[in-house]
Ligand binder design. Structure first.
Ligand code: IPE
Ligand code: IPE
Ligand code: MG
Length: 201
């Protein structure tokens, strides 16, 4: 069987799934987050080397305060508990996205989780948290511009590789397959640079 090297997943439809069971949206988020752990383990068993999941977008702050705080609570416990389990399963966890707006506690947990698992040699598991594709590109443009300004590089040196190297996913291959679990066919600001040739399911 031919297996993709890098799979990206837009974890969507939690709210609708819960509603179909007569449950509140937050129940969907809790169940969905449990599922991700299984997906990560099975992905590695299948031979997938990189898994990237979209957990919270820069646009998701517009949801109700109650929903945002439930989601943040889930990420917090995920990082603290799962961070340790991931380490024992040889998973390299990377949190990609902006730190702006995250609590100090969350930023600390992100650092600890990434530090603890950075030398692991199993699947690379990217969690896109407070991630926005346009935000990521703005960030890359700023980094590169700074280097031009300081005469470290010339404008002519800017190429695709340099842009890729300045994204959160630097040093990783682009995803071969993108899955959106709700069935919608929309990127919602997820990995716009990296997904140009990705198959969509
Ligand atoms: C995805 O499920 C979870 C996050 C965006 C964090 P949704 O909450 O978007 O669920 P639906 O799409 O409204 O059903
Ligand atoms: C995409 O789902 C973002 C995440 C899964 C984190 P959304 O439910 O937020 O996207 P839209 O609003 O339907 O585009
Ligand atoms: Mg949705």
């Amino acid at each position: 069987m031919k297996v993709p090297q890098h799979v990206a997943i837009i974890l969507d439809g939690n709210g609708r799934w819960a509603k179909s069971k007569g449950m509140p949206r937050n129940y969907g988020h809790a169940q969905g987050s449990k599922n991700v752990e299984t997906i990560c383990r099975e992905a590695w068993n299948m031979g997938i080397k990189y898994l990237t999941v979209y957990a919270f977008s820069t646009e998701n702050w517009k949801r109700t305060q109650e929903e945002v705080s439930t989601l943040m609570g889930l990420f917090q416990s995920y990082l603290d508990d799962y961070g340790k389990r991931a380490d024992s399963e040889n998973i390299k966890v990377k949190i990609i996205g902006s730190k702006a707006g995250l609590s100090e506690k969350m930023k600390d947990s992100i650092e600890k989780c990434m530090e603890r698992t950075k030398n692991n040699t199993g699947i690379t598991f990217n969690i896109a948290l407070n991630y926005g594709g346009r935000d990521e590109i703005i960030n890359a443009v700023k980094n590169i511009s700074q280097k031009v300004k300081e005469n470290e590089i010339k404008i002519e040196d800017i190429d695709e590789k340099m842009i890729s190297d300045n994204l959160y996913t630097s040093e990783q291959p682009d995803p071969d397959l993108l899955i959106r679990t709700s069935g919608e066919i929309r990127l919602s600001n997820f990995l716009p640079w990296q997904l140009v040739y990705t198959e969509f399911l």
